[in-house]
Design a protein around this ligand. Structure first.
Ligand SMILES: NC(=O)C1=CN([C@@H]2O[C@H](COP(=O)(O)OP(=O)(O)OC[C@H]3O[C@@H](n4cnc5c(N)ncnc54)[C@H](OP(=O)(O)O)[C@@H]3O)[C@@H](O)[C@H]2O)C=CC1
Ligand SMILES: O=C(O)[C@@H]1CCC=N1
Length: 265
C-alpha cells in the first residue's frame, strides 16, 4: 500500500485530495494529512475520511510528501521533514524555487514543483509540472498521472511554471471575477441574479470547450459570433474601448511580477 503525506489541506491541498479520491487514484487509507496543530489535522482528516498526522513522522516511509502550505510556511515544514529523509517531495507553493526546496532537503530527496489550480477539484484543472535536478522519470510520471487525472497537465521549465502560475494558477480567480461581472451586467439589464450567474458561467464554459475541442484560434470562433453591423460587435467595441484586453494582460503581468518579488528575483 502507498503512503502519501499532505502538509496543508486548505483550498488547493483539499482540491487535490478530493480530486484524487474521487478519481479513485488514491485510497483513503493511504493518505495522511498534517495541519498546523493536532486538532486541525484531526479535523481535516475526519472531513476527508483519511488519517491525521500528528508530527509529520510519516514523511520517513511515505512514497510521496506533498507541500500545500502557504509559501511563508514552507521553510518551517522543510525543516520539520528533512530529518525524516523523505524520498519524494512535491511542492505546489507559488514562488518557492526548486533551488530553495532542494537546498533545504537532504541530498537524495527527489523534488518536483507543480502549479495546479482549484478546478482540479472538479476534474478540470490545469497543472504545470517542473522537475527538480534529481527527479527521476518515475517520479515525473507519477506527478503527470496525478495531475492528468485532475484535468490537463504539462511538463515545463521552472520559468514557464512561474509564468503559468500567473495565467492558469491564478486564472480561476480572474475567471470568477469575469463571471461575477457578467452576472452583474445581466442584473443591470434586468435578469434575475441566479439565471444571470448560470448563463455567464455556462457561456464561458461552452466557449472554453469550443477552443479546446475545435483547436481553432479564439479570434476565428469570435468571428463566428460577430455578424457584420450586428449586436455582438457593438458589445465587443465597447469592451475594447474600455481596455478589456489590456486589463487582462496587465493583470497577468502584475501577478508574475508579484511572484518574482516573492521569490526574491
Ligand atoms: N489556492 C490556489 O488556487 C492555489 C494555491 N497554490 C499554492 O498552494 C499553497 C496553499 O495555498 P491555499 O491552499 O490557497 O492555502 P490555504 O490557506 O487554503 O491552505 C493552507 C493550509 O495549510 C495549513 N497550515 C498552516 N500552517 C501549517 C503548518 N505549519 N503545517 C501544516 N499545515 C499548515 C492551513 O491551516 P490554517 O488555515 O489553519 O492556517 C491551511 O489549511 C500555497 O503555497 C499556494 O501558493 C498553488 C496554485 C493554486
Ligand atoms: O494567490 C496565490 O498566491 C496562489 C498561487 C496561484 C493561485 N493562488
Amino acid at each position: 500500500m502507498k503512503k502519501i503525506l499532505i502538509f496543508g489541506c486548505g483550498a488547493m491541498g483539499g482540491a487535490i485530495l478530493s480530486g484524487c479520491l474521487a478519481k479513485g487514484l488514491w485510497k483513503k487509507e493511504e493518505i495522511y494529512v498534517k495541519e498546523h496543530s493536532e486538532e486541525a489535522s484531526r479535523e481535516k482528516a475526519s472531513r476527508y475520511g483519511v488519517h491525521a498526522s500528528m508530527d509529520g513522522r510519516e514523511a520517513k516511509e511515505a512514497d510521496l510528501v506533498i507541500l500545500a502550505v502557504k509559501p511563508n510556511v514552507v521553510p518551517g515544514v522543510l525543516q520539520e521533514i528533512s530529518r525524516y529523509h523523505p524520498s519524494r517531495v512535491l511542492s505546489i507553493a507559488a514562488a518557492v524555487t526548486l533551488a530553495s526546496l532542494e537546498g533545504a532537503l537532504p541530498e537524495e530527496t527527489e523534488v518536483i514543483r507543480v502549479m495546479p489550480n482549484t478546478p482540479a477539484s472538479v476534474g478540470e484543472g490545469m497543472a504545470a509540472i517542473a522537475p527538480g535536478k534529481k527527479a527521476s522519470p518515475d517520479f515525473i510520471r507519477e506527478a503527470e498521472e496525478i495531475f492528468s487525472a485532475l484535468g490537463k497537465e504539462a511538463v515545463v521549465t521552472e520559468r514557464q511554471l512561474d509564468e503559468l502560475g500567473a495565467l492558469s494558477g491564478a486564472g480561476p480567480g480572474y475567471a470568477f471575477v469575469i463571471i461575477d461581472a457578467l452576472a452583474d451586467a445581466g442584473v443591470l439589464i434586468g435578469l434575475p441574479r441566479k439565471l444571470a450567474i448560470e448563463a455567464a458561467a455556462q457561456t464561458l464554459y461552452g466557449a472554453a470547450k469550443m477552443v479546446l475541442e475545435t483547436g481553432k484560434h479564439p479570434a476565428e470562433l469570435r468571428d463566428q459570433v460577430t455578424s457584420p453591423g450586428g449586436t455582438t460587435i457593438a458589445g465587443i467595441h465597447a469592451m475594447e474601448r474600455d481596455g478589456i484586453r489590456a486589463a487582462l494582460m496587465d493583470g497577468v503581468k502584475a501577478c508574475l511580477e508579484k511572484s518574482d518579488a516573492m521569490a526574491g528575483k
